[in-house]
Unconditional design. Structure first.
Lengths: 127, 179
């Protein structure tokens, strides 16, 4: 540390002494918030971060609903194609489901649409 | 009942954590504020950075090995915040932060007043590059090791000696022209 203490200008006090004096003057001039207010803000920030995480999780559930809905609708439609066609008014009117599979298809489609809507709303809200 | 006991336990832990933080804050806050004010030359920036550094420190999930580690970590956060502010200011030239060095006024009282009036370190520091100011402060005021300085200013440990040498030379020149 010797080379740090020396000074190229002999008539000046060593730089580290000047810097420490300056630091002491600044320490005295410091304007500080109370530790209590910092702790309070830190807790508030933590709470906000938690609620943000909760919101993100919610949008995760929206996506899960969308995925499950699409999967139910696609699987049911693939296994019972005839009944799907029967749901379309052009092929058979009125379009009433004749079995539980038809109801499952409609439920899946509704769930998928709801999930899609919620997801779209989340994306819109994020923007 | 067990929930109430658990909650009481949490409150005790929280209270002792608060006490520990208050003690740490009282031991470091003035030094940290002085570091930021000395490095940026702007008391308003020092206010903001000091507060934000403590908030981030409180939110950090770090296992501290010692009080020194705790302190260095805090100064590192403050250093990063200063660098971030500088980057933002460089991207937005209209928001350029110019140091204005008010703190010298605080030195007009006390036994050091004459020396500080003769050698206005604040004004001389303002003429150095931000990194030079931080390096000098960390080495001479905080007495940080070269490795610690390197980590705080984003340089290699091997180049800190050279950085320090050049910063000292620039400060000496600036002080000479200030007189």
């Amino acid at each position: 540390m010797n080379e740090m203490r020396s000074n190229p200008k002999p008539d000046l006090p060593p730089l580290d002494i000047l810097l420490r004096r300056h630091a002491e003057a600044l320490r005295r001039a410091a304007r500080l918030p109370s530790p209590e207010s910092l702790l309070w803000r830190a807790r508030l920030r933590r709470r906000l971060a938690l609620s943000e995480r909760g919101e993100r999780l919610l949008s995760l559930y929206d996506r899960a609903a969308l995925g499950v809905g699409v999967a139910v609708a696609v699987l049911a439609a693939a296994w019972h194609w005839d009944e799907v066609l029967a749901l379309v008014p052009r092929f058979e009117s009125p379009a009433a489901p004749e079995s539980g599979v038809g109801a499952a298809i409609i439920a899946g489609a509704v769930l998928a649409l709801a999930g899609l809507a919620m997801w779209a709303m989340t994306i819109w809200a994020d923007d | 009942l067990s929930a109430a006991v658990a909650r009481a336990g949490e409150l005790v832990v929280e209270a002792s954590r608060d006490d520990a933080f208050t003690a740490f804050y009282q031991a470091t806050a003035r030094d940290l504020w002085a570091y930021v004010a000395g490095s940026t030359g702007d008391p308003a920036v020092a206010d903001d950075v000091t507060q934000e550094a403590y908030l981030r420190w409180l939110g950090a999930a770090v296992e501290f090995q010692s009080d020194e580690h705790r302190r260095r970590y805090l100064f590192r956060i403050a250093s990063n915040l200063m660098q971030d502010r500088r980057r933002v200011a460089q991207r937005r030239p209209e928001a350029q932060l110019e140091p204005h060095h008010e703190p010298a006024a605080a030195a007009t009282e006390g036994p050091d007043a004459t020396a500080l009036a003769r050698h206005d370190v604040g004004r001389a520091l303002a003429r150095l590059k931000p990194r030079d100011r931080r390096v000098l402060w960390l080495a001479h005021v905080e007495e940080a090791s070269h490795e610690e300085i390197a980590a705080m200013v984003g340089a290699r440990a091997s180049s800190v000696r050279v950085l320090l040498f050049r910063a000292r030379r620039r400060l000496a020149r600036a002080l000479e022209t200030e007189r």
